[in-house]
Ligand binder design. Structure first.
Ligand code: NAG
Ligand code: CA
Length: 249
């Protein structure tokens, strides 16, 4: 005869009641698998099957932080920033090289009105002392500012003048002076060497006002008048205007 569910339940309740009547003191003395008392006569059942696995437990708590990792690779380059403010002005640079020459200027006024030049020489002989030496061999005297009849240069254009002379010395020493307005301003001396021909020369820049005169003359009482010339040995006197005074007409 097959047992129903209620019969099985009743059996289990009875078995449980019998078991609970066994005290702890009796158990410590005897093997619990063989209970005494009211249920001493009952047979122990076979051990049950192991229960099913329980549901998984909850997650554990977070662990402690690990050690610091190694430094990572540099990140990508960022986008370009805004332009900064203008810096302060720098110090002045060194002086540059000279520039190219400028263009040629316009043609100036004609210098014709400012011309004054002469170049003359002795024709022959030894000049007379104590008067201006008369140079009558004319190389140039277009303005006629040199007068060969008096031996004097006459200043028509005030300004700076250049004068020079080259004299052949023969038979005697030569001491010659360049005069300006009745005064000797320059002296040249040459001692004659026997059986020879010497030269004496000089040059000077002089400022002249209009009307002033310039000439050459033997200086002294006449013992130094060895100035000489012939066809092939000249003694010359030259002068010209270098700069006219611009504040004169
Ligand atoms: C003048 O110079 C020439 C050479 O050119 C010379 O032969 C002659 O002797 C000179 N005159 C005098 C007086 O020395
Ligand atoms: Ca000499």
């Amino acid at each position: 005869m097959k047992q129903g569910p209620y019969q099985l339940l009743g059996f289990l309740l009875l078995a449980n009641l019998c078991y609970s009547q066994v005290g702890p003191t009796e158990e410590s003395a005897d093997d619990p698998r063989f209970p005494k008392g009211h249920c001493a006569g009952w047979m122990g059942g076979a051990p049950g099957h192991p229960g099913h696995n329980g549901a998984p437990g909850r997650d554990g708590r977070d662990g402690t932080n690990g050690e610091k990792g190694e430094k990572g690779d540099p990140g990508l380059e960022g986008s370009k920033g805004d332009p900064g403010e203008i810096g302060v002005k720098g110090i002045e640079g060194p002086r540059g090289f000279p520039g190219n020459p400028g263009k040629k200027g316009d043609r100036g006024e004609g210098a014709y009105v400012y011309r004054s030049a002469f170049s003359v020489g002795l024709v022959s002989g030894v000049p007379v002392p104590n008067i201006p030496i008369k140079f009558t061999k004319i190389f140039y005297n277009n303005q006629n500012h040199y007068d060969p009849t008096t031996g004097k240069f006459h200043c028509n254009l005030p300004g700076l003048y250049y004068f020079s002379y080259h004299i052949t010395v023969y038979t005697k020493d030569v001491k010659v002076s360049l005069y300006k307005k009745d005064r000797a301003v320059m002296f040249t001396f040459d001692q004659f060497q026997q059986n020879n021909v010497d030269q004496a020369s000089g040059s000077v820049l002089l400022h002249l006002d209009a009307g002033e005169e310039v000439w050459l003359q033997v200086y002294g009482e006449g013992e130094h008048n060895g100035i000489y010339a012939d066809n092939v040995n000249d003694s010359t006197f030259t002068g010209f205007l270098l700069y006219p005074d611009m504040d004169h007409e």
